[in-house]
Unconditional design. Sequence first.
Length: 150
Amino acid sequence: MPTTSRHARRRTYSIADRPFGMLGVLVLAIGVAIVALVASVSLIPTRAAFATANENQLGPRQLSITDLGTLPGGTFSIAYGINNHGQVVGYSDTASGEGHAFLWQKGEMTDLGTLPGGTFSIAYGINDGGQAVGASDAASSEVHAVMWSK
C-alpha cells in the first residue's frame, strides 16, 4: 500500500527549466535597454536656458546672462539660490583655494565666511528676508548646517 506524506515534495526550478527561460530573460533585458534609450533621447526640440554673452546679439525673446564673477582671487563660482529681491547665493573659490559661500547683490559678491576655524562653506538658498542656508566645516573638520542672517 502506498504511503502518503503530509508534506508534498517540493521541486525547484531554474530559468533553464522553463519554456523560453533564457530567451525570455534576454528579450526582457533588451526591452528594458531599448526603453531606457528611448527615454533618454527627446524627439521634441527644446530651448537652452542660456544666451550669448554679447547682449547686442540677443533677440527679443531670449534671456540675458549676467556674470556674477568670483570672490577675490577665485577662478570658479556657481550660484545655487536666488530670492525675489535678486540676491543670489552660492559657492566660489578664493585666492587661497578654499571654497566659501557667497552673497551677490547689486553687482557685488560678498564672502559669507565659515564657522570659526573652518575652511569651507557653501550656500544653497536664500529667502526674501535675506537669510541664507547652507553648510560649513568647523575647526574640528565636521560639516554643519548653517544659516547666515543680517
